[in-house]
Design a protein around this ligand. Structure first.
Ligand code: SAH
Length: 230
């Protein structure tokens, strides 16, 4: 079973949206498990304090290393990677998600306030990962997104195993455009090639469209794609 342990001051946010649809069914079926740990349970005072003022001054509060370390140490160490959701972390890519999905699971620390004491990150070998170049108010929504991306890759979760192989990023390209009925929508027909029944032509059209979209929208991915092809 793929295991997710999440350290948070808002355990009530889990499983949240992961209780429905594909992820929720897989959770119910025991394909993965979720354990939301309240960091406050590991505080040392009766107010259950997890944060304090930043050394050196400045606005906001910082999550304490000692409280977080106790929370992490209370989880059995089975070698799962420890991640910290962090705006300054390595941007999450599908390749890293795929690696995490074939492993035993993840332990995720959700930051709040201004973030966590730097010493914790080194002391517990934590990998900082980011959802993108924007700032959330906490790591919880980022953790839900990461878990969702992993869970849908677990065997038996997605209807068609094949659908993951063709998606955006998997082959270094964005996905080609999709169409379904009606045949004509507000005067616009489905591209003829898709209704021709010629599988080779469909595949060629999809490949060309994926390349066109990647070139237009993601010059960074396009450059890497070209590098790999040569
Ligand atoms: N002072 C921090 C932002 C703190 S936001 C900075 O400038 O980098 C509070 C928490 O939200 C962070 O500790 C982190 O856990 C989470 N968070 C914010 N933006 C995120 C992002 N883009 N990806 C992942 N987690 C994020």
């Amino acid at each position: 079973m793929w295991r997710a342990s999440v350290l948070t001051i808002f355990p009530e946010m889990f499983p949240g949206p992961l209780a429905v649809s594909l992820a929720g069914k897989a959770l119910g079926a025991g394909i993965w498990s979720l354990d939301a740990i309240d960091i406050r349970d590991h505080a040392a005072d009766k107010h259950r304090t997890v944060d304090d003022t930043p050394a050196g001054g400045g606005p906001g509060m910082v999550m304490r290393a000692d409280v977080l370390a106790r929370a992490i140490d209370a989880i059995e160490d089975d070698g799962r990677p420890r991640l910290l959701m962090s705006a300054r972390g390595t941007p999450l890519m599908q390749a890293r998600i795929a690696e995490l999905a074939i492993g035993a699971g993840v332990t995720i620390v959700c930051g709040r306030f201004e973030g966590v004491d730097e010493r914790l990150i080194a002391a517990r070998q934590i990998e900082e990962v980011s959802l993108g170049d924007f700032v959330l108010s906490g790591g919880e929504i980022a953790a839900l997104a990461l878990i969702d991306a992993c869970v849908r890759l677990l065997p038996g979760v997605m209807g068609k195993e094949a659908s993951a192989a063709e998606e955006s990023f998997t082959q270094g390209l964005l996905e080609y455009p999709q169409y379904t009925r009606p045949a004509v929508f507000e005067g616009h027909a489905i591209p003829e090639v898709l209704t021709s029944g010629d599988h080779a032509k469909v595949a060629a059209w999809r490949r060309a469209e994926a390349e066109r979209l990647t070139k237009e929208r993601r010059p960074d991915l396009w450059a890497k794609y070209l590098e790999r092809k040569t």
